[in-house]
Design a protein around this ligand. Structure first.
Ligand code: ATP
Ligand code: MG
Length: 415
């Protein structure tokens, strides 16, 4: 894409009311546009990043047999009343219609997915099944101060699984845990798995996936030696104590953000909707339901928080809006312009996503914008690189500079 055609521009200052680093940088670099506290629009670059985050999650969910659907987000009030959540869930947005009907905006989709599954799952032979979607959620959050990490409208992948037995849920939980850890790893993140209480959903245990960052709202205690990790609120242990699991490591305290979770919902929802299946012996049973969430927009914000430096955003390659930021420093030199156009053409032909800064702007401004935007590899074409026969390639994350010919560069990017 040509940067001169990009309708969005970078800006020097973030809005005064944004306190979080992720929102400040994403707004300044032109990835998102703030509509109000907790609600953002995703602009061309932001949409590209979010789509990559979603695609990684989609691939991992498909790989474990998840079936993608898209559920309504404008909900009838009846199923919410049927489960008691109409009055029980404080973050639920309720809408009055001029027809005197009431609606809810989806904050989670148990009330919608359970009747859908119940219509098709009638026999033990139909189990287990895992259904997921990637879409918008709406919550009347009291505080929305963490930028895109806590929205009133936000993106989530939510998967719901249905099982004949508790053992089968436990088996599937382990499978999903592996897929979740893959998701985070592919984005360059390390997530710790905590045990926490199930909150309003159920009395049963739940698991949360936490990434360490000072921008997070949670506090966890974790072992520096093994994978023991708990949320502070429920914890029977304290930082500084020996780890109760391995007894070798010492427990540390850290701030973290919840980037995913798992709830064992038991039979609550199938009971509420009278959803049963026939077992092999002909008797009727309610399936056991699991709910598995990942915050897609929160993940995008977390990536900004974890990797950004004083110059701006630093995207891991897997979610970057473009792989290469081609910076043309032409100063009216037609040969430089031609060379940049040729490199742009060849990179596109090789399937490399490239943003070409072909704007008529000063070198300093182009470099500052490039650092703010955080595209992994900056490739400079100037009179100097033309004379040398090699482009200057600067890695955004490490600052490492290399000089490569067009063949070497394409070889490196397509290896
Ligand atoms: P939190 O404790 O942070 O409010 P939650 O327990 O309410 O999260 P769930 O209802 O299970 O979270 O939602 C699944 C996932 O969606 C969470 O793990 C998180 O990554 C993301 N998420 C939840 N609320 C928000 C929000 N307001 N804005 C952005 N992402 C969110
Ligand atoms: Mg919440």
């Amino acid at each position: 894409m040509r940067q001169s055609k990009l309708f969005v521009k970078t800006r020097r200052e973030a809005p005064k009311d944004e306190v979080s680093k992720n929102a400040q940088l994403l707004i300044r670099a032109g990835y998102v546009h703030k509509e109000m506290a907790g609600v953002y629009s995703y602009l061309p670059l932001g949409r590209r990043v979010l789509q990559k985050v979603e695609q990684i999650i989609r691939e991992e969910m498909d790989a474990i047999g998840g079936q993608e659907i898209r559920m309504a987000t404008l909900h009838p009030s009846e199923p919410w009343k049927q489960t008691g959540a109409w009055d029980g869930v404080d973050v639920l947005f309720k809408i009055n219609s001029r027809t005197e009907k009431e609606y809810a905006l989806g904050q989670s989709e148990e009330e919608i997915v359970t009747p859908i599954a119940g219509q098709y799952v009638t026999s033990y032979k139909d189990l287990p099944v895992a259904i997921y979607q990637i879409g918008q959620k709406y919550r009347d959050e009291l505080r929305a101060k963490s930028g895109i990490m806590r929205g009133r409208e936000f993106g989530m992948k939510d998967m719901y699984s249905f099982h004949a037995t508790q053992e089968d849920f436990d088996r599937f939980y382990a499978v999903v845990k592996g897929a979740y850890l893959n998701v985070y790893k592919r984005m360059g993140l390390v997530a710790k798995v905590t045990e926490a209480s199930g909150g309003s959903f159920s009395e049963k245990i739940s698991y949360e996936f936490e990434v360490l960052t000072d921008a997070g709202e949670d506090v966890i205690f974790y072992c520096e030696n093994c994978d023991f990790c708990v949320e502070d609120e429920i914890a029977k242990v304290k930082p500084g104590e020996a780890c109760p699991r391995c007894s070798v490591g010492v427990l540390k305290e850290a701030k973290s953000v919840e980037v995913g979770n798992v709830f064992d919902l038991g039979q609550k929802y199938p009971k509420a909707f009278n959803f049963t299946y026939k077992a092999e012996d002909g008797t009727d049973h309610h399936p056991i339901v699991g709910c598995f969430g990942i915050g897609t927009t929160r993940l995008m914000g977390t990536i900004v928080e974890v990797f950004a430096d004083e110059k701006g955003i630093v995207w891991p390659e897997s979610v970057a809006p473009f792989r290469v930021h081609l910076i043309e420093i032409a100063n009216d030199n037609e040969d430089v312009k031609k060379e940049a156009a040729e490199l742009y053409r060849e990179l596109n032909e090789a399937g490399v996503e490239v943003l070409w800064d072909d704007r008529d702007a000063r070198a300093g401004e182009k470099f500052a914008d490039s650092e703010l935007m955080g595209i992994p590899l900056r490739v400079v074409v100037s009179e100097k690189t033309l004379a040398a026969g090699k482009f200057e390639c600067v890695h955004r994350a490490s600052g490492k500079t290399e000089h490569k010919s067009i063949t070497e560069l394409i070889g490196h990017l397509t290896a």
